[in-house]
Design a protein around this ligand. Structure first.
Ligand SMILES: Cc1ncc(COP(=O)(O)O)c(C=O)c1O
Length: 306
C-alpha cells in the first residue's frame, strides 16, 4: 500500500508531498529523539471521515514531548485542527494519521539544545496492519529474545522514535522465524506488550491485561476496556507471564494500527481453541463497528472530519 498522498502538513503549512523534506544532518536522524502518534480515521455513515479518539492521541503526543523535555511549538488544539486539515487536503475518508515532532539541523552532539523542533502530519491509506488473515483468524506470536526497555532506560509511556529500535529488532526476529509478531516480556519476565500492540488474555470469562507501568498506555487498550466494562465482563490489570497465554481460553492484541487482532498461537503452542474466541470476537465486532460510527454509546469517541 502506498504511503504517498497529495500533501504533508509541515510546520504549520500544507506542503506538496515531494517537498516535505529534511536535511541529512537533522539531529533526530542521528540520535533518535522524536515523538510520534499513530491514529486512524474511518469512513462514517454520512460518507465523511471520522477520527477515532483524536484528542486522546494528541494528549499522549503532548505528554510524550513533555517526558522528552522538549517544547512542542503547537498546542493540542492547533494539532487537532492540523490533523483534520491534512485529512481533508488529501481527500481521505479512511486513513492512518502520523503526527511526528523531531529535532532539525543546527548543532550536533547529545547535549545540543536549541535545535529547531519540526512537526509534521502525514496521512495515508493503510489496511489491516497484521494482515486480513490475522484480523479474521488470528496471528502467530513468538516470545521475543529481546527484553522490553527497563523503565529507567526508556520511558515506555512516551511514544518515542528511538524506542522503536527495540520493537523493530523483535519484529524482525519473529518474522524471520516465521511468526507474524513478537510477544515482548519486561525485565522481570512478565508480559509487556507486542512490538506495537497491547495484550489481553481471557480465562474463565475474566480478562487480564498488564498494568500501565512500563508499556505504552494504548488508546485502543482503553477503548477495549470500555467495551468490556459495557458488556459486563470483568477486566483485571495485573502482571502475568507467558504461561498465562499458554493456558488461556483466548488472547488478543490491540492497537490503532492492529485494531483488535486475535492471537491463535504462541511459541508453536495453540492458544485456546486456535481460533478467535467468543469474547475476542465480540470485542472486535464492537470495536470495528464503533470506529465506523455504528455504536451509539461510543459515537462521542469520534471527531468528525470536515
Ligand atoms: C509499543 C506499543 N504498544 C501499544 C500500542 C497500542 O497503542 P494504541 O492503541 O494507542 O495505538 C502501540 C501503538 O501505538 C505501540 O507502539
Amino acid at each position: 500500500m502506498s504511503i504517498r498522498a497529495d500533501y504533508v502538513w509541515f510546520d504549520g503549512k500544507l506542503v506538496p508531498f515531494d517537498e516535505a523534506n529534511v536535511h541529512v544532518l537533522a539531529h533526530s536522524l542521528h540520535y533518535g529523539l522524536g515523538v510520534f502518534e499513530g491514529i486512524r480515521a474511518y469512513q462514517q455513515p454520512d460518507g465523511k471521515a471520522g477520527v477515532w479518539h483524536l484528542d486522546r492521541h494528541l494528549r499522549r503526543f503532548v505528554d510524550s514531548m513533555r517526558m522528552m523535555a522538549t517544547k512542542l511549538p503547537y498546542t493540542q488544539e492547533e494539532l487537532h485542527e492540523a490533523c483534520l486539515d491534512t485529512l481533508q487536503a488529501n481527500g481521505h475518508t479512511e486513513a492512518y494519521l502520523r503526527p511526528l515532532s523531531f529535532l532539525g539541523m543546527g548543532q550536533m552532539g547529545l547535549g545540543a539544545r536549541g535545535n529547531p523542533v519540526h512537526t509534521i502530519i502525514a496521512t495515508w491509506k493503510w489496511g489491516a496492519y497484521l494482515g486480513d488473515d490475522g484480523l479474521n483468524n488470528g496471528v502467530r506470536l513468538q516470545t521475543s529474545t529481546f527484553t522490553r526497555h527497563h523503565p529507567n532506560a526508556a520511558m515506555q509511556r512516551a511514544k518515542v522514535v528511538g524506542h522503536y529500535v527495540n520493537s523493530i529488532l523483535a519484529r524482525y526476529e519473529a518474522n524471520d522465524n516465521g511468526y507474524d509478531e513478537a510477544l515482548m516480556l519486561d525485565q522481570n519476565g512478565f508480559v509487556a506488550e507486542g512490538t506495537g500492540e497491547n495484550i489481553f488474555v481471557v480465562r474463565d470469562g475474566v480478562v487480564s491485561t498488564p498494568p500501565v507501568t512500563n508499556i505504552l498506555p494504548g488508546i485502543t487498550r482503553l477503548s477495549v476496556m470500555e467495551i468490556l466494562a459495557h458488556e459486563g465482563i470483568e477486566v483485571k490489570e495485573q502482571f502475568f507471564g507467558r504461561d498465562a497465554l499458554y493456558a488461556a481460553d483466548e488472547a488478543f492484541m490491540c492497537g490503532s494500527a492492529a485494531e483488535v487482532t486475535p492471537i491463535r498461537e504462541l511459541d508453536r503452542r495453540t492458544v485456546g481453541a486456535g481460533k478467535p474466541g467468543p469474547i475476542t470476537k465480540r470485542v472486535q465486532e464492537i470495536y470495528l463497528a464503533a470506529v465506523r460510527g455504528k455504536v451509539e454509546w461510543m459515537s462521542g469517541h469520534i471527531t468528525k472530519g470536515r
